[in-house]
Design a protein around this ligand. Structure first.
Ligand code: ZN
Length: 535
């Protein structure tokens, strides 16, 4: 069943100032994306304006990431976290805030949050505690959120981006999500007649990762977001799916004159539901703030929304201070002590992280840093690559095929690398067959679609034999083929000898056809040329 809230004055909603609630962002995400696609690209003009502002001012950007943790049950009760269930079926007295219900922290939530903190180089608290953050909104059934205020699970760390830039991490803490609201009759609260609420999401565990204001533009902030997403996926901490709202970003942007060390007034940007939106919204804000400063204006500390359709930020509310939330220690959950034994055993379970992998691939396998970054981008692809190498595949060759033909195939059919029929063992065998000159790379390209689609049985070699695709390297064998081609095309031979050397390609093509593409094109061409000029 749905909980329904009716508005007395639907045209002027008293909640219009609270439009940033995650449920609102989620609900309109798809639509916003489509609007963004349809809108004309105003970037050109903005880029010129951006460059002008950047000559005088330096942007200072910090990012807050909210990530849903990959647990089967909620943060403080045992309700399921599965996405897409019937509304209001994954609920209980704890997560809908009935009086007297007592929360119990999810052990796996604590473990994942601690491991994420460790991966970010944070020092993990041996004593961590929860607090109540009080605010009133229909999507918060308890009228407070159980979060962590002054004793978060992790403090002080850093994250190395693909570019090599290191961004400081201020803190990481655990909290719970709010319910999801669906406004009827309008795409937002304002103008809607009533709203439906789904409490399935209320109480889903999140971590909030707060960065230092170390980024200097939209591009860097977007790169940071992508690296956090990658890290979370490597750790298995979160699926990092922005479309389903598992990963959400808020950013703070301010400007200061180049050379200054202090900070300007910062503006918070919400509603950023893609990495492109992160970059565009920050770039817009830099131009807006620079313009205001140049006109002698003042920046207000406020929260703004990114309007993807109009490609601009608009005021949502003047920022409330921390005191507005009246934090106090959560009386129903005692502080949690984490023994050094527990922390050490969690630490020992951490996997190799994206930044470490990128530099190891470049060093150990001699991959270009850019190629290593492409492989590492998706942990499934990295896993696949390592399996090919473990099975004896040459790393550079494996990389070439993975980021070339295989990636192209996956992209076209929207597949993950784990979905394809070509196993790492088959790719390793294929590379070996190429290096042993049993098949040519050209033939492989032809066979690849069948291998990728799984239309293949047995080893690569057995199938190559069965289809008669073994490469021909024997000089005599190729000469015999060329002779046959020449016999069948006497007219063209005459023309060639008469000076029409353009026909060389014709003979190579015919030869290739005759041997089913099994010859090496270069070798074939050389033999064609020799025989045609010799006779
Ligand atoms: Zn529950």
């Amino acid at each position: 069943m749905d909980w329904i809230i009716s508005y007395n004055e639907p045209q002027v909603s008293p909640w219009a100032h609270l439009l940033s609630r995650p449920s609102v962002r989620l609900q309109h995400h798809q639509e916003a994306k489509e609007r963004g696609r349809r809108s004309p690209n105003p970037n050109k003009k903005r880029n010129a304006a951006l460059e002008t502002v950047l000559k005088t001012y330096e942007p200072v950007v910090g990012v807050e990431v909210h990530a849903q943790l990959a647990t089967n049950t909620k943060a403080y009760c045992s309700c399921s976290t599965s996405y897409g269930s019937e509304p209001n079926t994954n609920i209980c007295p704890v997560c809908i805030g009935e009086p007297g219900a007592l929360p119990v922290p999810n052990k796996l939530m604590v473990e994942i949050a601690a491991k994420t903190g460790m991966a970010l180089g944070c020092s993990i608290a041996e004593l961590t505690a929860w607090d109540r953050k009080n605010y009133f909104y229909p999507d918060t059934p308890k009228n407070y959120q159980i979060t962590q205020h002054d004793m978060p699970i992790g403090l002080g760390g850093s994250l190395k981006l693909q570019s090599g830039k290191v961004v400081g991490i201020t803190r990481i803490h655990m909290e719970e999500d709010s319910a999801k609201m669906m406004h009827q009759g309008s795409d937002r609260v304002a103008g809607s007649t009533h709203s439906l609420i789904d409490f399935n999401r209320a109480g889903i565990p999140l971590v909030e990762i707060v960065s230092e204001p170390d980024m200097r533009g939209g591009g860097e902030a977007s790169e940071y977001g992508k690296e956090i997403q990658r890290l979370l996926r490597y750790l298995g901490a979160s699926d990092g799916n922005m479309e389903e709202g598992s990963l959400r970003l808020d950013v703070n942007v301010s400007l200061r004159r180049r050379g200054d060390q202090g900070f300007g007034t910062k503006v918070e940007l919400k509603n950023l539901n893609s990495f492109k939106a992160v970059q565009d919204a920050i770039d817009f804000e830099i131009v807006r703030q620079g313009g205001l400063y140049n006109e002698g204006g003042r920046i207000l500390q406020e929260t703004r929304l990114w309007d993807e359709r109009k490609h601009k930020t608009t005021v949502m509310r003047v920022k409330e201070g921390l005191s507005d939330y009246r934090f106090f220690p959560e009386p129903d959950i005692p502080p949690l002590e984490l023994s050094s034994g527990t922390l050490n055993s969690w630490r020992s379970e951490l996997c190799e992280l994206p930044a470490e992998k990128r530099s190891r691939y470049a060093e150990e396998f001699d991959l270009l840093p850019t190629d290593a970054a492409v492989i590492v981008d998706d942990h499934e692809v990295a896993k696949y690559f390592e399996l090919v190498v473990a099975k004896g595949g040459d790393p550079r060759e494996a990389c070439k095929w993975i980021i070339g033909d295989i990636a192209g195939y996956c992209k076209n059919l929207k597949l993950n690398i784990s979905d394809i029929g070509l196993t790492p063992g088959m790719l390793a065998e294929m590379l070996e067959l190429i290096s042993n000159r049993i098949i040519t790379g050209k033939i492989c390209k032809e066979l690849l679609p069948d291998m990728l689609s799984g239309d293949w049985e047995g080893s690569v070699l057995s199938m190559v034999e069965k289809r008669g695709m073994r490469a021909i390297w024997d000089q005599g064998e190729i000469e015999a083929i060329v002779h046959r081609v020449m016999d069948e095309n006497k007219k063209q031979v005459k023309q060639f000898k008469g000076g029409n050397t353009k026909l060389l390609g014709f003979f190579v093509g015919q030869g290739m056809k005759k041997c089913n593409g099994r010859a090496d094109p270069e070798q074939l061409q050389k033999i064609v040329q020799d025989l045609l000029t010799r006779q």
